[in-house]
Design a binder for this molecule. Sequence first.
Ligand code: ZN
Length: 369
Amino acid sequence: MRIGRFVKRIFLIILPTSYFLLPTSNLYSYQLKYQGKSYTIEEKKINGYSYFKAEDIFDCFGFNLSYENGRLNLKYKNHSALFIESNPFISIDGRLLNFTLTPEIDNNDLYLPLIILNSVLKSLKREKITKKENGLIVSSMRPRLSSITIDPGHGGKDSGARGHYGYFEKDAVLDISLELKKMIEKKLGINCILTRKTDVFIGLGERAKIANDNSCDLFLSIHCNACKDRSAYGAEVYFLSPAKTNWARAVEARENASLKYEGKTPEASVEYILWDMAQTEFLEESSTLCKYILDALSKIAKRRFVSQANFAVLRSTYMPACLIEVEFISNKEGERRLKTEKFKKECAKHIFEGIKAYKKFYEKKMSYE
Ligand SMILES: [Zn+2]
């Protein structure tokens, strides 16, 4: 999308003046990561301040920029914003905002400083951009958690781990997830979407897609742990990143083995670049979320750790996400507990407590920004 020939003409007329008014110099490009894709965004110094090529950023967010009657109009769904070159007043959804820096056109392209870009993004998408080294990080500014995807691991032909007495991971995690959904909806008023409500098989990519399509604020994948050493017990919570320990790699391999039911090999589908694109935006929030959940779960299960691993199911979620291993089904006592309604309800209750604590943290953080 171009700004228009009209601008070009105006620009040519004012070129001699603007040449002196707007000394520009190219800085370098930034990688903006958004919804699993990476975009190159050019930065320029205009009048000594850092500006970004606005059209490229607006393209990433699906905004539509057009030039009419000397004004730059931005449209997104039922929102709009209006810029005028070198004018400190910007209208966003009819509200007039006054900035110290002004929108500038250089070489036919609209350039905006981060402060203006973020005002627009905040109003139109409830998101904001932060500059970090050579990357532009997009994060959510939604003031409240309004929807959560709960993902009961495995299902159907993929039973997950199996206990000594024959109890399946897929059955335990479905019961916990159904209970958790009820609690969150009733007590926190947050809408919960389940990736499966019955004993059916769902591919790992499809689970992430359900969360993304519903623009959820959190993604929780619920599992039971298993280990050859049947004496191991307790709860672990993971967020996405390359595994750092042999144990994390072993848990990752076991959970990613679900891919074989989709005719994929875990190794072939380990696209290490993808996790980076989708989840780096949320590393901090995901790790905080894990910590709150493990703190709560450790009241009913031995506290093991929060760790990082490359789980296929988390790889393409565009929101803070974690994978919870509530207890070891491979441990005889663990399996016995998991079979009882009482323990499954306790698990749901404590995961719920973790979410509640995270919600408080998140909404406090948002209210300060
Ligand atoms: Zn599992």
